[in-house]
Structure formats: structure tokens, C-alpha cells
Design a protein around this ligand. Structure first.
Ligand SMILES: Cc1ncc(C[n+]2csc(CCOP(=O)(O)OP(=O)(O)O)c2C)c(N)n1
Ligand SMILES: [Mg+2]
Length: 571
């Protein structure tokens, strides 16, 4: 406790940090500028008063700062904070905020605002950027992708305002909020009242009630051909375990269609992979767990009599302008709580054990067959250059039994991995703002230093991540992230999108498809070596398992970051 604050005032720019710490925030991912004098001076001053403060992390690109906050939340479950420089820093952080919004990540995004006054006041404009960075509505840069925003008007507002920002950000559905902080206000003095206490406003955390749980449980218990689609995980370790037991008990197949988190161990007998089209076609009841786009409407013909239950923090995704997936029953609430409530409700339903056993048998046979095909296909990719599936298979084998998380952004696809735990897998959000993977992995490593963290990315995605900034942060904070660059020397996804849209088109026959080549490929090992990473280039599939073992040894024993530049065949 900061007794030295008794009866004193402090600079508002420093007071903000005290309040953030009281709200449970341990790191502020920051990229500073000329709006920061009261923040930096105030931070030193606040430290001298003995105020408990979060650790400021200097991040040399805003996209990396927001991505780190994203990844830190994913492993810690704790609300995050980011502090950026006026409109220009904010716009660099906008793509990361779009990602955080799409993934429902609670975070307090702050940026300075250029001084309002042109003179005559402490903190007023000095150099021309004071005019050049002024906007009519700075917040408009990310208002669509934040839940709430406000501009700090008076320094005495800090404690109340941040309590409110925190409570709204952490309410269901969670998401980013934005605070604009004008320089003159940050330069003022404020009494320390409320800076050392947690929020006086509690977040709203609803759980679906019996009114909706009952019909949902009736439908699921009575289904002949049920199917679960789950894209964003089970919500907690407890719910992950409970879901595993539940789907087994009730013989419910679960598909990770376009999942960016894991809901079941991949080897679970009810885990039916990522391509549920056939099962969707025969399903009479579908449970959609927090999935933005649970199937491809043009590719799937659902039964006329199908009933769809949608469960999640915002089952209708009300801030997505168009999304017309059927929702006969909606179960609103944080995923873990609501799943556990649904599972509890199912306990009281009658069961036809014979039918359940037959279905369990059928699905587990199908699931085992599916996994065998996945492994066979991956093993066939063991060439030089190799397939992404082969890299996934080798990575899954290399980390078996270890506490590890794999971040995937056009890197290691889910199915050939052999992952079995909550928080073992994260893919980029469905907003797809590339350059998320490596920053998120860095944030995750900061949140859990005992965990092996892999950032697996395409060569394009790696370059979107501002890699020099990432490797610098990794070295500065001793984050031994293992980066796997799956390098096919192109934006393969863009080329696939062209040939997928124009099936017999000109691009299918072109030797070099315009606007997709990344040749000549940079030597990415040198980018990482600039920050003293351990690196290797791997061109032959056979050489990969040993290279992964060496990477893991360096990361765990030397606590040093690693980059493997892996030659991938163009598919
Ligand atoms: C910020 C941003 N810019 C552009 C895109 C469009 N885009 C989607 S996939 C892709 C290519 C990714 O290339 P890479 O990471 O090398 O993976 P590959 O498909 O080659 O395996 C691009 C450019 C995007 N999603 N996000
Ligand atoms: Mg590529």
C-alpha cells in the first residue's frame, strides 16, 4: 500500500497505471509518442510514491502490442491493456483490435489524444504534429470494434471511469473497450482516491436459465442424429473435461469445423474432425457452441426438420450485420457456465442405453477411420519440400506429454496434431487480420513461462507480424517462443481462393499467379538472428523431427527464442 500518497495528489498520467493494477492488470503493452510525457513522467512519479503498478512493456509496433494482449488473455483469462500513440498509433492497432473484437477478448485499449489546446495551458500543443494528428472523431477509427468508448475529461474521473471500462469489457460477451486520453488532462494532478481498489462495478455474467435449457436438453436427449459444431473451445478447463465426458456419455459427435480453439482432445472417440458436411446433412439436432459461422451455407443442405440450438456469450452474434444461421433455441451466457448448466440439465433426461451404445460405436469407428486418414495423408507429405500436414504431425509427436500451446496462422493445421488439452491450440480469429500469430504467442509466453509456446505461420503471415519487433520483444523479455515459418514462398491461401472461385479459370493453368508470389524469399533465419535467436532452415521432411527436438531443447534449457524456416511444397 502506498502510504506516501496520504493527502497528496499525483499526475493523472501515472494515476492511470495505479488503477490498471488495481483492476488486476499486470502488463501494459505500450507504444509511446509525444502524447506520453505525463504518462512517462507520471509513471516514474507513481513508482516513487510506492503505488502498486503494472509492468510497462515497450512494443515497437502497435499490431504486435494488441496481438500480445490477445495471446496473454487466451492463456491467463485476465483482462488486458494496451496504450497507444494518438490517432496514428491507434490506426496501427486497429487490425489487432478487429481481431480482439472478433474473438471476444476483453481489453482496455487506450490512446493519447493530441492536446486540445493550442497554447496557454500546461500540456498544450507544441510541435506541428499537435495539429497534424487532430481528428474530428478519433474514436471512429475503432468504434465498430469496441463495446464502449469514452474520452477522459477530468483527472478525478480516472478511478470511476476505469472501473466502468473494466466492467463493460469483462461483461458477457466480453470484448475490447476504448479510452481516449487527452494530454492536458493527463498532465493534471489528481487525488489518489479509488486508485488502489478493485472495480466498484461488477460485470454482467448471465447464464442461460431453465426456460431455455429445458427445450435444449429435450431436443438433444431425443435426437437420433445429433451433431455438435464448436469453434471457440469449451470455455474453461473444467468445461473441457466435462464436455469430453458428456459427449461420450450421450454419444454426441463433435466437429471442430473452422475451430480456432480446441473443445475435445483430438483423439477423443466423439471428435469427428473439421469437415462435418455429411453429418450436417443427416443431423436432426445440431448444437452450435459459440461458432460465428458453423457451416458453409452454399455447401450444406440441412434437413427441413432439423432443430438448431445455439449456445454462447452472444448466440445470435448480434453485432455481426448479417448472420442467418437457424437458431430454434438460444442459450446465452459464458460458454463454460452455460455448457455446464446444459450438461446438468441433461442428467435428468431419460436414456435409451441400447441406442446410445450403438451410436457411440458407430461414431467412434468413424472417428478412428477419420484420424487414420488424417495421419496417412500427413505421412505422405514427408518430402522435400514437405506438406503443412507433415509439420503438424511431427509437431504433435514432438510435444506429446508436454505442457504446450500451438498458435496457428496458416501454419500447422489442427487435425494432424495430437493435442489433448484445453488451451493447447489457438488459431487466428475469423476476422483473419494477419500478423496475429507471433505476437499472440509472445503474449501467451509472458502469461505462462513454464509452457512451451509455438508460433506456427505461413511466410506471409510471419511478415505481417512485424517480425523484427516481435523478436526484439522476445529477447528483451526472455520469451523462448519457438517460431515455425511454413515457407511456400507465396500467399497460398490467396491463390487457392482464386482457383476455388474460378474452377477452370486462367489462374489454374498459370505458372506464376499474379499478386501471390513471395519470391525471392527472404532468409527469415537472419531476421530472427538479429535478435540472437537459435535458427535452422529445414528443407527435408525427414530432418524435421530432429530439428524440432533441438528447438525444444534450446527453448527449454537455454530459455532462448528459436526460429525454424521450413520449406513447404505449394499445394
Ligand atoms: C492484414 C491482412 N492482409 C491481407 C490478408 C489477406 N490474406 C489472407 S490469407 C493471405 C496469405 C497468407 O500467406 P501465408 O501466411 O504465406 O500462408 P499460405 O497461404 O501461403 O500458406 C493473405 C494475404 C489478411 N487476411 N489480413
Ligand atoms: Mg505462404
Amino acid at each position: 500500500m502506498a502510504d506516501r500518497l496520504e493527502g497528496k495528489t499525483i499526475t493523472a498520467g501515472g494515476a492511470v497505471f495505479g488503477k490498471l493494477k488495481a483492476l488486476g492488470i499486470d502488463y501494459v503493452f505500450a507504444n509511446s509518442g509525444t502524447d506520453f510525457p505525463p504518462i512517462i513522467e507520471g509513471l516514474i512519479e507513481a513508482g516513487q510514491t510506492g503505488l502498486d503498478l503494472p509492468t510497462p512493456v515497450t512494443v515497437p509496433h502497435e499490431h504486435v502490442a494488441v496481438g500480445m494482449a490477445h495471446g496473454y488473455y487466451q492463456l491467463s483469462g485476465k483482462v488486458q491493456s494496451v496504450m497507444l500513440h494518438t490517432n496514428v498509433g491507434l490506426s496501427n492497432g486497429a487490425t489487432g483490435t478487429i481481431n480482439a473484437w472478433c474473438d471476444q477478448i476483453p481489453m482496455l485499449i487506450m490512446s493519447g489524444r493530441t492536446p486540445v489546446m493550442e497554447g496557454g495551458r500546461f500540456g498544450a500543443r507544441t510541435v506541428p504534429i499537435g495539429w497534424g494528428q487532430e481528428m474530428f472523431d478519433q474514436t471512429a477509427l475503432l468504434r465498430e470494434v469496441t463495446k464502449w468508448d469514452y474520452e477522459l475529461r477530468f483527472p478525478e474521473q480516472i478511478a470511476d471511469l476505469f472501473d466502468r471500462a473494466w466492467a463493460i469489457s469483462t461483461s458477457t460477451p466480453t470484448g475490447p473497450v476504448y479510452l481516449s486520453l487527452p494530454r492536458e488532462v493527463l498532465c493534471e494532478q489528481t487525488p489518489p482516491d479509488g486508485l488502489q481498489t478493485p472495480s466498484r462495478q461488477a460485470p454482467v455474467l448471465p447464464v442461460a436459465s431453465g426456460r431455455d435449457l429445458k427445450p435444449a436438453a429435450d431436443l438433444l436427449a431425443g435426437a437420433k442424429h445429433p451433431l455438435i459444431i464448436s469453434q471457440r473451445g469449451a470455455g474453461s478447463e473444467e468445461a473441457f473435461a466435462a464436455l469430453g465426458a458428456f459427449v461420450n456419455d450421450w454419444a454426441l459427435p463433435l466437429s471442430h469445423y473452422w475451430a480456432n480453439k480446441l473443445s475435445l482432445p483430438l483423439s477423443h472417440p466423439m471428435q469427428v474432425g473439421c469437415a462435418p458436411e455429411d453429418l450436417l446433412g443427416e443431423a436432426d439436432v445440431i448444437l452450435v457452441i459459440n461458432s460465428l459461422a458453423p457451416w458453409w451455407p452454399d455447401k450444406v443442405q440441412l434437413r427441413d426438420d432439423v432443430a438448431v440450438i445455439q449456445l454462447g456469450p452472444d448466440p445470435l452474434f448480434s453485432r455481426t450485420p448479417i448472420r442467418n444461421f437457424q437458431a430454434d433455441v438460444t442459450l446465452a451466457g459464458e460458454t463454460a457456465d452455460t455448457l455446464l448448466a446444459l450438461i446438468g440439465e441433461m442428467n435428468t433426461r431419460p436414456r435409451d442405453e441400447g441406442a446410445l451404445t450403438r451410436r457411440r460405436q458407430r461414431i467412434s469407428t468413424q472417428s478412428a477411420e477419420n484420424r487414420r486418414k488424417v495421419v496417412d495423408r500427413a505421412e505422405r507429405g514427408n518430402g522435400g519440400p514437405m506438406s503443412k500436414d507433415w509439420v503438424s504431425l511431427c509437431l504433435g509427436r514432438a510435444i506429446r506429454g508436454r505442457k504446450a500451446s500451438v498458435f496457428h496462422e496458416l501454419g500447422c493445421p489442427l487435425e494432424p496434431l495430437d493435442l489433448d488439452s484445453h488451451n493447447s491450440y489457438f488459431q487466428e480469429p475469423h476476422s483473419g487480420g494477419l500478423g496475429w500469430g507471433l505476437p499472440a504467442a509472445l503474449g501467451a509466453q509472458l502469461a505462462d513461462r513454464d509452457r512451451l509456446i509455438f508460433a506456427t505461420m505461413g511466410d506471409g503471415s510471419y511478415m505481417f507480424a512485424n517480425p523484427t519487433a516481435c523478436h526484439m520483444v522476445a529477447e528483451a523479455h526472455e520469451l523462448p517462443v519457438i517460431t515455425l515459418v511454413l515457407n511456400n514462398e507465396e500467399w497460398g491461401a490467396v491463390r487457392h481462393s482464386v482457383v476455388g472461385t474460378y474452377k477452370d479459370g486462367l489462374a489454374t493453368k498459370a505458372n506464376e499467379v499474379p499478386l501471390t508470389s513471395l519470391r525471392p524469399s527472404p532468409d527469415f533465419t537472419r531476421t530472427a538472428e538479429a535478435s540472437r535467436a537459435y535458427t535452422e532452415t529445414v528443407t527435408e521432411g525427414d530432418a524435421l523431427p530432429a530439428a524440432l527436438d533441438r528447438a525444444i531443447t534450446v527453448a527449454t534449457q537455454e530459455k532462448r527464442q528459436v526460429l525454424l524456416n521450413i520449406a513447404i511444397a505449394r499445394a
